[in-house]
Design a protein around this ligand. Structure first.
Ligand code: ADE
Length: 262
């Protein structure tokens, strides 16, 4: 997968070289390119913002540097992944690069969107500062690529760089070969699977007693059925406490006959 990030704070993206994402890049599973937006300015001050038309506080990012940056990166997009006959895209034709625009006014970014993005071969992130990017940039590139305006939550950050770190990590850990154990995200909170719609419950490791606190007996017993039941009960309880909305939204077929209602 190729990832481009265009930003006025390239150093903010340094964590992409660390940990899971950095290792995936080192192993050749990812080609990450972080670009300084100011490289596409032509004035002495490398200006990227200007006052908003119509008045109001703050500044708006000028369209010209974004336009030049995106033209150059889109011209250099890798050859498309071969059309996947099983892909839910009606066949070939809709699989080019995806322009991901982080903004608090975007659609919610969640596990499902992460999985959709993980299925693509080229993502281009355009984290903005100030009051956002001149609207014409999204309009222009919506004609040439798939554009997804995404919000990571109902709060306003100072810029889109932290959301890029969040989204990239959520996407990259879904790529084949990135996690050690291919199964290890199957039961994640929010993943599709037997525990879909449930938050993960508590986990334990050695020692069996710590400061007088014991690991629940059932987990030490090795009875897989009992352990699975215990885990599901605790996932249900935790979901009822922290995210009752998820339980209300769970389709009837996701309930197990043995499920208790918390
Ligand atoms: N930029 C500022 N706040 C944001 C948010 N919550 N999600 C995505 N991008 C943002």
């Amino acid at each position: 997968m190729r990832l481009d990030v265009i930003t006025i704070f390239p150093e903010y993206l340094a964590p992409l070289r660390l940990s899971l994402v950095g290792r995936a890049a080192d192993r050749g599973l990812l080609d990450i390119r972080v670009h300084d937006l100011r490289a596409w300015t032509h004035d002495r001050h490398h200006t990227v913002d200007d006052t908003p038309y119509g008045g109001g506080p703050g500044m708006v990012m000028k369209p010209e540097p974004w336009g030049e940056a995106l033209d150059e990166i889109l011209a250099d997009t890798p050859a498309d992944t071969p059309a996947d006959p099983d892909a839910d895209d009606g066949g070939a034709g809709s699989r080019g690069p995806v322009l991901v625009v982080p903004t608090p006014s975007g659609r919610p970014f969640g596990q499902e969107v992460a999985a959709e993005l993980a299925d693509r071969s080229h993502l281009i992130f355009t984290p903005a500062r100030y009051e956002g990017i001149d609207r014409r940039v999204v309009e222009e590139y919506a004609e040439r690529a798939e554009v997804r305006e995404l919000s990571i939550g109902d709060y306003v950050l100072a810029g889109g760089e932290a959301p890029v770190l969040v989204m990239v990590e959520a996407v990259v850990r879904l790529l084949p070969g990135v996690l050690g154990n291919a199964e290890s995200h199957r039961d994640d909170s929010f993943a599709a699977g037997s525990m879909a719609h449930l938050l993960e419950g508590p986990v334990y490791t050695k020692p069996p007693v710590w400061r007088g606190r014991e690991v629940p007996q059932v987990l030490l017993g090795g009875h897989h059925g009992h352990i699975a039941r215990w885990r599901r009960d605790h996932a249900l309880r935790r979901t009822a406490e922290h995210r009752p909305d998820l339980l209300r939204a769970a389709p009837p077929e996701s309930w197990d006959p043995g499920d208790r209602r918390f």
